[in-house]
Design a protein around this ligand. Sequence first.
Ligand SMILES: Cc1ncc(COP(=O)(O)O)c(C=O)c1O
Length: 364
Amino acid sequence: MFTPTSLIRPEIAALEAYTPILPLEVLAERLGLPVEQLVKLDANENPYGPAPRVRAALAAESHYHIYPDPEHTRLRAALAEYTGLPAAMILCGAGADELIDLILRLILTSGDVVLDCPPTFGMYRFDTEVCGGRVVEVARCADFSLDVAALETAARTHQARVVFLAAPNNPSGNPLPPEQLERLLALPLLVVVDEAYLEFAGVGQGYAPWVARYANLAVLRTFSKWAGLAGMRVGYGIFPAWLSEQLWKMKQPYNVSVAGQVAALTSLEERAWLLGNVARIVAERERLLPLLAALPYLEPQPSVANFILCRVVGRNARDLKLALEQQGILVRYYHNDLLRDYIRISIGTPAQSEALLAALSALS
Ligand SMILES: Cc1ncc(COP(=O)(O)O)c(C=O)c1O
């Protein structure tokens, strides 16, 4: 007899279901608090939101009934100016997330190995598994730096095809030193440097200019963090020609919506306002770090991103996350062995920090 479930690819059937985050309204209702009272510090979003002129440009846009430009022509021209690189090297996606998936769909066939450096951003593992690839983990050192020698060995042993390196890394917030990247670029695989948090790191254009020099390097970026557009889903990548040629063939033609393109383009025009907020967030990060360190049960890690990873000492980290949640303060807790004793706190406004600090002190 025909069983429809036999149609499912075995690697997908074996995947654990993804646990989606709760929408704010649902969480607020569950906690019995108004949405405005929630202090959302759990997803590295930008507390200041989009530039005011982005809202105006979205309201003024008159072509929502027309499909978007599949080549993102105006946005890529503006990104060329922003990055200092030719538009031909740039491809936009529905968030950096879409580009991670596209790269892996291009490169992996069943069982191919991707190197992952936990603790790090979860989508590298997720998309590898969805694409039928195999994740080989090369854990970071105790200070969250990469174990480059172990990565070199694993690359050779498993003939790995791709390695993902978040720079700065999420959730640990540490940068990727150039000499480490140089060593990894000497390996026969594609190195994807994910610069989702670049603008908070004070390193100019980061590793994007290196793409012109290294044929096996791709750099990912996003408007979700610095430009406050997480809900719009716009990211971009800087790719060598051999890679972008293939990605262009594969991408959905209308992957970035009319609204997404308008919002991203206007954000680049409004970058002075937005980078002012980035500076505010960086200043708040520097103010918050010693205040967190002064609490008897937290050991915050230095960070160059818009979040701080804290080790929770002498008490249960998950209970702490839940106790904060009861007061409407949302921080990130990870249900995995490496991060069992940690919470990650996104940097909010000074007022949000004060609410967080008051709640943490009350829990001391
Ligand atoms: C390292 C890293 N890369 C990519 C993303 C996702 O970016 P986007 O919103 O553009 O899909 C995130 C979001 O948290 C991230 O932490």
